[in-house]
Design a protein. Structure first.
Length: 558
């Protein structure tokens, strides 16, 4: 039996509940609770808001704020209790009713779920979730045909259609209609572009249950954790398993997907609500815990994010992903040694994969530990010499490119060049490699004709990439074609307006064509864009002495 969701709060230090007298009344406790929430300490916020409510139980706004914090903290019992209390006080908006619906479904109380659904109404996000909830409640009553008729994607437009199509596939699997389910999952997979892993797993499960094992195996392409785990179960003669066998699990999938979509660009409270609803409805859905953790991390609630990731147990297919996310949060918190130790331990454990070493390399790369990153990428290459698994579907070139770029940053050019050329051999039409290798050669004054051809080819492949267009402009500059360089670098600056290197290059080109005031403006702008220390010193020298004198003084290549 999985630990209750209240365990999320164990990530914060245990606190004794303060008395109303310690808090100096409801107002003081409320302020302390808001402050704790603002400081990302949700556990402490819950405690202080409880104290505020105890001091002034008639203050309904305190109950509402306590409810919001309880949901954010993932405190299921408190969320359910406060939702009931708000409903009794006549404050049950859609968010409250969704929590009441989750509680009713968890208790298999169909009448209570129907009452909460009716109270949701039709406004706002209910236009999306309402029809799906209606269909699953009807399915739970035994009317599968009627429920499936409600989930007809052709009756919906826009993004709602994709949600309905996905839920129809869930329902067909839950109803044992395997051939129809396989076709529905195939449609979901096609509708998502390259395909999403859980749709492949759903399709494979339906195909296997329909007796089409070979087709099921063919559906499970890719090296994502879900597909790997599903292939292992299939090979062992076990059922892959339904993604959602009942209303609770299906609506949890809907909520998890909504949370991820809503938080794609920035965290919003509604995303966290849906993430927590998914946790409440299906605590065994590990993907939902990852999504909740991601939303919390983006919102700055790092302690709660760590606790959400920790809910994915060792041995689960997504445990490695959760561990990597925990390391990212630790790194963002400044606990870099802990983050490195977490990933180092995974990489050195028996059975460690190339992917484990890649994750460690990525962490070192983000922290400018170039030599350590190169070493980690080298270990990944040892464990996967073909690069097929470690490359993540990028054609086998990625580990060599990553190690080469880290060697280059570490000042080990001969080793860097060898790796970058190996990556280019493996992927001769990959613009990223051509641009990086070409620019590195150009910067060192080596193989200038070859470097120029590489960069020109990369620019032709990706004309909208500001970094590559900057490299193209710099080849023109280095060839003495300053007027051409100005035009190209102006285009690059339009594509990358906050890149200090692009801005710096444009300033140099302006200087060479006699536009000295504009050159100084660009250098000053580049200085404000947070360049690294070496570039900052070079920019200041240019502003003080002009381009020629500055280059003579610094003798640092671009």
């Amino acid at each position: 039996m999985r630990a209750p969701i209240i365990a999320l709060l164990l990530a914060a230090p245990a606190l004794a509940k303060p008395s109303p007298f310690q808090a100096d009344g409801a107002r003081h406790a409320y302020v302390l609770g808001r402050l704790a929430a603002a400081e990302s300490d949700l556990a402490r916020a819950v405690v202080w808001l409880d104290a505020a409510r105890a001091s002034d139980p008639a203050q309904q706004s305190l109950t509402r704020r306590a409810f919001e914090v309880a949901v954010a903290a993932g405190d299921q019992p408190r969320s359910f209790a406060l939702a009931r209390q708000l409903a009794a006080q006549g404050q049950a908006d859609a968010d409250v009713q969704m929590v009441r619906l989750a509680e009713a479904l968890q208790k298999k109380d169909l009448a209570g779920a129907a009452a909460a659904r009716k109270a949701l109404g039709q406004a706002g996000y209910v236009q999306l979730v309402g029809p799906i909830i209606d269909a699953w409640l009807l399915h739970a009553k035994g009317d599968a045909d009627g429920a499936l008729a409600m989930l007809n994607p052709q009756g919906y437009q826009g993004f709602i259609r994709s949600y309905v199509a996905e839920q129809r596939a869930h329902m067909l699997s839950a109803s044992g209609r395997w051939e129809e389910a396989a076709r529905a999952w195939y449609g979901v997979r096609l509708g998502s572009g390259a395909g999403i892993s859980f749709a492949r797993v759903g399709e494979a499960d339906a195909l296997a249950m329909a007796g089409r094992r070979q087709a099921a195996e063919a559906a499970l392409t890719g090296d994502d954790p879900a597909s790997v785990a599903a292939r292992a179960r299939l090979a062992a003669g076990k059922r892959i398993g339904p993604l959602a066998g009942d209303a609770s699990h299906a609506i949890a999938w809907m909520c998890a997907r909504l949370a991820g979509d809503l938080a794609r660009e920035r965290p919003v409270p509604l995303a966290l609500l849906f993430g927590r609803l998914a946790n409440y409805l299906a605590p065994d859905n590990m993907a939902a815990w990852l999504i909740s953790g991601d939303v919390l991390a983006r919102a700055g609630q790092r302690g709660a994010a760590m606790a959400a990731y920790a809910m994915v147990p060792a041995g689960d297919a997504l445990h490695g992903t959760a561990r990597a996310r925990r390391a990212e949060v630790l790194d963002a918190m400044g606990r870099k040694a802990e983050a490195a130790a977490l990933l180092q331990g995974a990489a050195q454990a028996p059975g460690a994969t190339a992917g484990d070493w890649l994750l460690l390399g990525h962490l070192h790369r983000r922290n400018d530990r170039f030599a350590e990153a190169a070493a980690a990428y080298g270990e990944a290459i040892k464990r996967d010499p073909d690069g097929s698994k470690a490359a993540g579907g990028e054609g086998g070139w990625s580990p060599w490119f990553l190690r080469g770029s880290m060697f280059e940053r570490a000042g080990r050019w001969k080793e860097a060049e060898a790796d970058l050329r190996e990556a280019a051999r493996r992927a001769p039409k990959e613009a990223t490699i051509l641009n990086y290798l070409g620019y590195s050669l150009l910067d060192r004054g080596e193989s200038l004709e070859e470097a120029t051809k590489m960069i020109e080819a990369a620019a032709e492949m990706r004309p909208g990439d500001g970094g590559i267009i900057d490299s193209l402009g710099w080849t023109q500059y280095r060839a003495g074609r300053y007027a051409d360089a100005v035009l190209t670098l102006e285009r690059a600056a339009t594509l990358e307006p906050i890149d200090p290197t692009v801005t710096d290059h444009l300033g140099d080109a302006y200087w060479q064509v006699g536009r000295r005031i504009e050159a100084r403006f660009q250098w000053r702008h580049a200085l404000a864009l947070d360049p690294d220390d070496r570039q900052r010193a070079r920019l200041r020298a240019k502003l003080d002495y002009g381009l020629d004198a500055a280059l003579a003084m610094t003798e640092v290549p671009h």
